[in-house]
Design a protein around this ligand. Structure first.
Ligand code: 13P
Ligand code: SF4
Length: 331
């Protein structure tokens, strides 16, 4: 990586980005971020690459270099529509795999191959085969936070926003729901179907407690509490809205609450606060250590060195694609 300087040219080229970010990034930090942002944006157009950033990426990535931003499924769908030779996924490994499953003809890269997910690592393809033999005839509904191998053993995928709809779309009365135990319980609380659960948990969302939310509600008047369904049942009971990261952003956009708290990963509130300056965001901070492995420096290395490329066996990818496409066909 060449020695990058915060020159007056770099400052001028990145000043419009900083104007948007100054509420969440101190001025003293800008000379560190700006030369990287400037170089990444130049290389991106030279290489015909696009950057997809999940809503949990830090603001300098999210607002500085991302071409597309969204929840895990939205990113993969955006990748399919993009006319690019290289897709860089700034998120965790299963997101890059999902982008690859939907774009097998394109080069998909992730800046840090170790960016994992406690939900995705809670279950293997063999575990799914065992579940299927324990519950013959029960279809497998799999949250997108899983590996391609697990998706390949699946009847239909779901996201945090369509999980109930997917389960209800099935004819069978007994359904295996993997791997998120809390999302599965949330679905089970709203359907008559019998749901077979797995013990997977998100290490970030499981830290929130119902008591913490009650304390926020008594400390702030008119506060809207919006939570991700990876949280425990007592947390979701306290929430005014439960939805995916995109659903949460849409909720703030539509309601424009005076005070809001997003019960999810830390960076999300910073990113959304930039878009809605009139809304007061109360910010609890639970960081996802996997998401935070992605930095401007390793995004630049990824562009310069073409690392790390996602490879999926074509047989696995085509089975995994069927379970993703079956979900997408549900209206
Ligand atoms: P979304 O699909 O809602 O963005 O969630 C992904 C995730 O990892 C939440 O922890
Ligand atoms: Fe996985 Fe939780 Fe991190 Fe999302 S926040 S990537 S579910 S560990």
């Amino acid at each position: 990586m060449q020695n990058l300087q915060f020159t007056t040219e770099v400052e001028a080229r990145t000043s419009s980005v900083y104007q948007r970010l100054k509420k969440v990034i101190p001025e003293v930090e800008w000379p560190i971020h700006a030369p990287l942002i400037d170089r990444i944006n130049t290389l991106k157009s030279e290489l015909n690459a696009i950057i997809l950033a999940h809503n949990y990426q830090t603001p300098e990535i999210y607002h500085g270099v991302a071409d597309y931003k969204g929840d895990s499924l939205g990113l993969a769908q955006m990748a399919s529509d993009a006319d690019a030779d290289i897709i860089i996924v700034c998120g965790v490994h299963f997101m890059a795999e999902t982008a690859k499953i939907l774009n097998m003809d394109k080069k998909v890269l992730i800046p840090d191959i170790e960016a994992g997910c406690s939900l995705a690592s809670s279950i293997t393809a063999q575990d799914v085969r065992n579940l299927k033999s324990q519950h013959p005839g029960a279809p497998v509904v799999t949250y997108v936070n899983t590996s391609a191998d697990v998706k390949a053993e699946t009847d239909i995928c779901c996201t945090s926003s369509n999980a109930l709809k997917v389960v209800e779309s099935l004819a069978e009365e007994k359904v295996i729901f993997i791997p998120d135990n809390y999302l599965g319980k949330y679905v089970a609380s709203q359907t008559e179907k019998e749901i077979i659960l797995w013990e997977g948990k998100c290490e970030v969302h499981e830290q929130f407690t119902g008591q913490e939310l009650r304390d926020y509600r008594s400390s702030f008047s008119n506060i809207q509490i919006i939570a991700h369904p990876e949280c425990a049942p007592d947390v979701l009971e306290e929430a005014d809205y439960v939805g995916s990261t995109k659903g949460m952003i849409d909720y703030v956009d539509q309601k424009r609450p005076e005070n809001v708290i997003m019960i999810t990963e830390c960076s999300m509130s910073d990113n959304v606060a930039v878009e809605f300056p009139e809304v007061n965001f109360v910010r609890p901070c639970n960081l996802c250590p996997h998401m935070k492995r992605i930095t401007l420096s390793n995004i630049l290395s990824c562009l310069e060195n073409g690392q790390h490329e996602i490879h999926i066996d074509s047989g696995i990818a085509s089975k995994a694609l069927s379970s993703v496409q079956r979900m997408l066909s549900i209206k």
